[in-house]
Design a binder for this molecule. Structure first.
Ligand code: DGJ
Length: 744
């Protein structure tokens, strides 16, 4: 009896609740609510206002066929039972109704920390063919703080770029305590985050895990070269871990070379709130009346057809819209870093030019160690900051080297690290106030150096000046490698103190100052290729890549490690931007294996060419020629990750040109265990034309070896993609490069 009674009661209660709930849900959204739809070719984000003008995420997923059906999505949602169940705000404020992680925290002029945001207006504009931008304006009804949410959509590529502008409309200063670029909401069964971590020489190691209730935070607080331990990059799989060809997946990167923070919060519905932006840690930002603050931009590609498609889309986007000269060509080179380190002089360098010539590469790149006199740069303890040629090493200056290289028919490039300083330098002695350091505390160094204070316009002039002086004096310099090796300790800016600005502006202003310098460099030098280097991959993001055509993945050039790193970086960045050099880092690997691996990136060498034996030299010369013959496909074509090094004894990658006439397949043995040391089965190719016929040719054969591949066979694209091709990998053939060309 008792039981039935309570059951009756429960049913009754439920009915009553349901009645109220339906009425409440109805009253929350009515006909006059505004629906905003942000669409790419295949996907859409829908937002809708409620009756109190709050803006909610109602949808993220495939585009709906009937546009007017976005309006009714909110009718299917019943979150709004109680205030504490509101999680899907378009840009969650704090201090009022919200109890979840906020996107925005503001301390108003009267020291009140509460903010509410009401929808004001929105406008959608077609900026260019393929690019549509929606700007949503919101306002705090009490303090009139204005927030604009920007959504720029690259239609064909299904790439979204989101950022926020916050404006102070009060009479006094306000303080931004959190200022996300984007706040997204996903309703899925499960979420799997792939994050990346590492340190010097072990960059970009992936780790995938299921997100559980609570908040997972990825962040960086390093200030400069902020990606050293963890890049501002993640992959988010929805429902289950995406594979190359299946699954819902987002590939994201914060276009920002400074501190960042990503919050992944699973709410009580098991939905996911994503809040992404610059790291507000120790970085509260004061806005004077009428001033606006623009956040960094979050870039993401979304696909429901696996990570392969998402990668190809972000690659296309990056080449076309983001990376400096993304659709141009690149220079192959010989670098002296690992060949000489700091130990060289003019003659040694000039002799190395012959090596570049012999290899057939385009350029010679002179690395670290060429400058400073009072404290010569003979190791990494001294000289950084003093950008005059070292008279002992280079008595005739850089000009002599440039001239000599030009006479030998190769171009000349130079290494710089203008943002940094060794305490043992004239720059340190003369401009202590230009350096980020605590005036009355012990200094802490990273690689024996400190970071210059780019919040200071004079320091910006200096850094620009380093680049400009070298290039003005040596107009024929054809390439620059821009390095950056220290993180920020003892964060304190003399300049901000002098200007009476808060020290907490340092992290934001450092990066803004850096970008101002890059802007100046690019407006005066719009053509010269510059490599983005940061002791390896300590600064790889789509903010910096606007100014740089390529980046240095890692100082670790051991080819097996590079196969793995290439695999992971290739999810987010196109091959044209990934510099890869043949070095002696792992001498146990053959020159062929090392070169075949580097040939999958932007090829360079960092070896003493004179030390190659006859066959090795012949092989390298041939490899450079081959590289030149397929670089267009590699740099501008579509990439397919065929077989992962994490799950197989050998990895395979493939690149296909736009017309599907030419393809290059790279395969690398990555595991030496006995039972799996040869390729037993074929690897299915991708991206070819089913109806075309193809021939296969092995490239980069070592002298006096022959290919086991039958190059006379004509295959259909259908066969190559359904059955596949066995690259015949074995201990004796650790790396195989195959060219697949359409025949008539
Ligand atoms: C770090 C870079 O990653 C290396 O390639 C080299 O340029 C050194 N710096 C020079 O100091």
């Amino acid at each position: 009896m008792k039981h039935t009674k309570s059951l009756n009661f429960n049913i009754k209660t439920q009915f009553i609740l349901l009645f109220f709930l339906t009425t409440f849900v109805k009253s929350l959204f009515s006909q006059s609510n505004i629906t905003i739809v942000i669409e790419s070719s295949d996907y859409a984000i829908a937002l809708q206002t409620d009756n109190s003008k709050r803006l909610w995420h109602t949808y993220f997923g495939q585009r709906l066929t009937l546009p007017n059906e976005y309006i009714s999505i909110s009718k299917q949602l019943r979150y709004y039972e109680r205030n504490e169940d509101y999680y899907n705000h378009a840009y969650t404020p704090s201090g009022t109704w919200n109890i979840a992680e906020p996107a925005l925290r503001v301390m108003h002029a009267d020291k009140n920390p509460s903010t509410e945001l009401e929808y004001l207006s929105h406008v959608t504009t077609k900026l260019k063919d393929n690019i549509v931008q929606t700007v949503i304006s919101m306002i705090d009804p009490l303090y009139k703080t204005e927030v604009q949410l920007f959504y720029k959509v690259y239609q064909k590529e299904n790439v979204f770029e989101q950022w926020t502008v916050i404006k102070n409309n009060e009479r006094g200063n306000i303080e931004l305590k959190k200022y996300a670029s984007a706040n997204l909401y996903f309703r899925n069964k499960d979420f799997y985050l792939t994050q990346y971590h590492g340190t010097w020489a072990t960059e970009m190691q992936p780790e995938t895990h299921r997100l559980t209730a609570g908040i997972k935070i990825l962040d960086s607080k390093l200030g400069a070269r902020a990606n050293l331990y963890a890049p501002p990059t993640f992959m988010l799989s929805f429902d289950e871990v995406a594979t190359e060809d299946k699954g819902k997946v987002m590939l994201a990167n914060l276009a920002w070379s400074g501190n960042y923070r990503f919050d992944f919060e699973k709410d009580r519905y098991d939905n996911l709130r994503l809040i992404a932006g610059a790291n507000p840690h120790a970085a509260e930002y004061q806005l004077a009346p009428k001033e606006s603050f623009e956040t960094p931009h979050l870039i993401y590609a979304y696909s429901e057809n696996g990570k392969g498609e998402a990668s190809r889309n972000i690659h296309r986007w990056a080449r076309k819209y983001r990376i400096f000269d993304g659709e141009g060509d690149r220079l192959t080179l010989l670098n002296n870093w690992e060949a000489t380190f700091f130990d060289f002089d003019e003659n040694k360098i000039v002799n190395l030019f012959d090596g570049a010539k012999k290899l057939g590469v385009d350029l010679f790149l002179l690395d670290d160690g060429w400058f400073a006199n009072k404290y010569p740069r003979n190791d990494d303890n001294a000289g950084l900051g003093d950008w005059q040629e070292n008279k002992k090493k280079l008595p005739n200056g850089l000009g002599y080297l440039v001239k000599n290289a030009t006479e030998k028919g190769i171009k000349f490039g130079i290494w710089i690290e203008p943002e940094m300083v060794n305490p043992k330098s004239e720059l340190y002695e003369n401009h202590l106030d230009w350096i980020i350091r605590q005036p009355d505390r012990k200094e802490y160094y990273y690689r024996n150096q400190l970071v210059l204070d780019l919040t200071n316009p004079k320091v910006q002039d200096h850094v620009f000046g380093v680049f400009d002086n070298i290039l003005t004096k040596n107009t024929d310099i054809a390439y620059v490698k821009w390095d950056c090796n220290s993180i920020i300790y003892n964060a304190y800016s003399e300049y901000l103190a002098q200007q009476n600005l808060p020290q907490s502006h340092l992290y934001m202003e450092y990066v803004k100052g850096l970008y101002k310098v890059f802007e100046r460099v690019r407006s005066k030098y719009p053509i010269i290729p510059i490599m983005l280097c940061s002791g390896g991959g300590g600064r790889v993001d789509y903010g910096a890549l606007q100014y740089f055509g390529e980046f240095w993945i890692s100082d670790n050039t051991a080819p097996v490690d590079r196969v793995f790193m290439h695999w992971d970086y290739s999810h987010f960045f196109p091959t044209i931007a990934m510099s890869a050099h043949v070095t002696n880092w792992d001498k146990t690997a053959s020159i062929k294996y090392r070169t075949d691996v580097a040939s999958m990136g932007k090829l360079g060498f960092d070896i003493e060419v004179d030390k190659l034996n006859k066959d090795e030299l012949k092989y390298c010369q041939e490899a450079v020629k081959n590289y030149n013959s397929f670089s267009d496909t590699l740099w501008k074509g579509d990439q397919y990750r065929l077989q992962s090094p994490y799950e197989n004894s050998f990895a395979s990658f493939q690149y296909v040109d736009e017309k599907k006439n030419k393809s290059i397949m790279f395969s690398y043995l990555v595991n030496n265990r006995f039972e799996i040391i040869y390729s037993v089965e074929p690897v299915q190719l991708k991206g070819l034309d089913f109806s075309k016929k193809y021939k296969v040719k092995e490239l980069n054969l070592f002298p006096n070896t022959t290919t086991p591949i039958d190059e006379t066979v004509v295959y259909s694209g259908d066969y190559l993609m359904k059955v596949g091709l066995n690259p015949k990998i074995s201990r004796e053939r650790k790396s195989v490069v195959l060219e697949v060309s359409a025949v008539k």
